[in-house]
Ligand binder design. Sequence first.
Ligand code: AMP
Ligand code: ZN
Length: 429
Amino acid sequence: MKYYDRIEFADQDEIRRIQGIRLKNTVYQATASRFYRGKLAMAGIRVSSVNQAEDITSLPFTTKEDLRANYPDGLLTMPVDRMVRLHASSGTTGAATVIYHTSNDLNSWAGLVARSMHAAGVRSWDVFQNMSGYGLFTGGLGIHYGAERLGCLTIPAGAGNSKRQIKMLKDFKVTVAHIIPSYALHLGSVFDDLGINPRSLQLKIMLIGAEPHSEEVRRRIEAIYGVKAYNSYGLSEMNGPGVAFECEAQSGMHLWEDSYLAEIVDPKTLEPVPDGEVGELVLTTLCREGMPIIRYRTRDLTRFIPGDCPCGRIHKRIDRITGRSDDMIVLKGVNIYPMQVEKVLMSIPEVGQNYVIELERKGYLDQMRVKVEIRDEFFVEDMRTLQALQQKIAGLLREEILITAKVDLVEHGSLPKNQGKAVRVVDKR
Ligand code: AMP
Ligand code: ZN
């Protein structure tokens, strides 16, 4: 069975045609909400003028600030009693935003997640452990219902309690896990502490996502567990997981274009970037009735990957998220993304599984301090060896980010661990 849903292998024309119809429908539906009635009227948009996918560019953008200003239910197109669930974003960059779902919305979301997992090679006979936090975070229930839809035996493990996670992985012969990448690295060191080889488990696939991570981190996770790891992208405003997912080719994430209309724009001019260039991802829901969102500025930076995917799916692929337009570090006039630092650190064999970037101000000068956990076997007493390692890391970082960072080497397990998404940058300025 090559596909889960026939639409995965539809051709470009069919996808564009479906997008046109669904976009019109979405705009029509949106006018039933207080927020969009006003916004679309202000922009002079009539439903009759939206007929094809290309008409998206005539519509106004929606921002996180819009969602906050209309908190909690200003975007609902129906009375609250038609809604059956509510989720909220993790709010790493300010107050939370809330998304409501009708039962139809949940139904199509579960279908998207099932389709995504299937594309990554998961099948109904797999035993699936969901190690992401449940509650308002969409990585819990969002993935959960998709896995059940696919037919997997689904274990709602939730986040944390590493020893119990490991016991469940073993006892239930888990073959597929969903896990946040920073936690996957941490769990690897718990396996080490317990003297259990993670490669001795039945695990063959890990679905990793919800936070930015580099190719180097993926490769580390694959090596630790002896699995294939697939990148999963989503955000609460667009349901959550199931927006874009890697297929078995591991060469970018297919963005499900029958359900989301995607654009990549220059975050300053808001004009489309030339094909294949990096910009801000802008998304429109095409299948949501309770709370449709038009041209949502995700702040996530990525690009469309040109060319065809070997798997044959037509749905456009987006590249690994390089960062968010609002998490760019500006230091001494240089723009740096935390992922650049991660890429360097994770390519150094002596470096362990955790790091944190601190920004500090010394007098008038800003400086970056990178605290790096070192693997036990390299954490020696000999000062000279450690200093040499410190210099090596600083040197490799300088090549990538063009500034000299202070590097602190710390013992394995000494940096703070987060239950959910990792906090990689602490700005003390
Ligand atoms: P939330 O809605 O709280 O789950 O947060 C969604 C945000 O998490 C997205 O806008 C991205 O910034 C980030 N995110 C989710 N999945 C990924 C991924 N696979 N790679 C990088 N960042 C991700
Ligand atoms: Zn593919």
